[in-house]
Design a protein around this ligand. Structure first.
Ligand code: FAD
Length: 393
């Protein structure tokens, strides 16, 4: 067994870390406070070719896999961007590029992948609805066939990055959930040109005020008689669940990577503070009440990283990765939360000051326990699909 990262992933780690070394924690704090997209970092990532990492080489990308993308996300997050903005890095290089590379038609791949690789266009992913979050198959946004087009009506919630996206991966029902047998049948994924749909008055959105991750707004999305050419179906009509699983497993792995990076940066600031801050004439890190929780977090980070890389490797090698993706997401998010919480405790009252990064890291880390999938749903998966326990729902 060889536990070393391949050269391709090490090169990604070095490349992204070199860029991120020019942007400190204050930079990321300012982006959060000003609710500003990190334009400078994004431009450097685009220039370095890091946005097209997983785009096949024939379309101008790096031809890398999910492992390299996970390492990129972890490195970006660990540099100080933390879970919130690392998550939004995933929207285009992950959801958009990887999905179209696997499931896009030839025309979709030729038209979009080269521009996704350079960062000229961006994507967002619209699944969640006010009445269907954990119960994703229960969505009701409906796409009705009308000649060469689909006409879509519905509402989405929490859709992140709509403002910057040229294209939205919109998950719809073409068979109502109540009639679908099996329940996975009748899902259809559509590519929606966001600026055109907005200009036509067929799609609108409204940002949701949120407690963190403010570098990228998350939105309510209203869809009213939106006309989408049938050529914009990603994958097959009614068979969108296959596309969806290939979005959701990488999503779990990449957001595990983003959470893991968040855990790493929280631990780093906590350790630094624990060494420097003196109370009763000695560094607070000399107290085991401070040191042990941080040591525990270190152990949890290392464990979660093993599962993360394994899950990505399985996906890249076309092997089933559901269990590993779910365990990676569960454990990385828990590590992120515990790291941020203990970083907070280590900082004492100063944690509450926005002059320190801890409050931002805590808000970022909290997302991982509810999105893109809740901790309970991950445990449900392990309990029912892996352990074979009866379903409660
Ligand atoms: C910052 C942020 C960004 C997001 N970005 C996007 C995006 O870009 N695109 C997108 O499509 N979505 C996005 N989401 C939505 C996210 O995926 C959902 O919030 C998530 O799937 C949970 O759904 P919900 O909020 O409807 O919770 P619910 O499904 O309403 O669940 C509420 C609570 O009940 C629990 N629960 C429900 N059923 C069970 C059960 N059977 N057993 C045990 N517990 C249960 C859940 O675990 C949870 O704790 C984002 C969310 C956030 C917070």
């Amino acid at each position: 067994m060889d536990f070393t990262l391949p050269d391709s992933a090490l090169a990604v780690q070095r490349g992204i870390a070199d860029i991120c070394a020019r942007y400190d924690l204050d930079y990321w704090q300012r982006c959060e406070t000003d609710k500003r997209w990190p334009e400078e970092v994004w431009a450097e990532l685009a220039k370095g070719g890091w946005l097209g990492l997983a785009v096949p080489e024939e379309y101008g990308g790096g031809g890398q896999g999910l492992l390299e993308l996970a390492v990129a996300t972890e490195t970006l997050s660990a540099s100080g961007s933390a879970g919130g903005s690392a998550f939004t890095y995933v929207l285009t290089p992950g959801f958009g590029a990887m999905t179209l590379a696997r499931h896009g038609s030839r025309r979709q791949r030729e038209q979009l992948l080269p521009r996704l690789a350079t960062g000229e266009i961006e994507t967002c992913f619209a699944l969640t609805e006010p009445d269907a979050g954990s119960n994703a198959l229960g969505i009701s946004t409906f796409a009705r066939r009308d000649g060469d087009e689909f006409v879509v009506k519905g509402q989405k919630i929490w859709i992140t990055g709509v403002q910057r996206a040229t294209w939205m991966l919109l998950v719809t029902r073409t068979v109502p959930a109540a009639e679908a047998k099996p329940r996975t049948h009748g899902m259809t994924v559509l590519l929606v040109n966001v600026p055109e749909a907005v200009a036509a008055g067929q799609l609108s959105f409204q940002p949701i005020p949120k407690m963190g991750a403010n570098t990228t707004p998350s939105n309510m999305v209203f869809i009213d008689d939106l006309r989408v050419p049938a050529a914009n179906v990603v994958g097959e009509v009614d068979q969108g669940a296959a596309v969806l699983w290939d979005i959701l497993n990488p999503e779990r792995i990449l957001l595990a990577a983003s959470a893991l990076g968040g855990a790493e940066v929280a631990l780093k600031v906590a350790v630094q503070y624990a060494k420097e801050r003196e109370v009763f004439g000695r560094p607070i890190g000399a107290n085991q009440a401070i040191a042990f929780p941080l040591a525990q977090v270190k152990a949890k980070i290392e464990l979660a990283r093993l599962m993360l890389y394994k899950a990505a490797w399985l996906f890249d090698n076309q092997r089933p990765c559901g269990t590993e993706a779910n365990i990676a997401k569960l454990t990385a998010s828990q590590a992120a939360w515990e790291a941020a919480d203990h970083a907070f405790q280590t900082h004492g009252g100063m944690a509450y000051s926005l002059e320190y990064p801890v409050a931002r890291l805590l808000a970022d880390a909290r997302i991982g326990k509810v999105a893109p999938v809740t901790e309970e749903l991950l445990l449900n998966y392990l309990a029912t699909q892996v352990l074979g326990l009866p379903r409660s729902f």
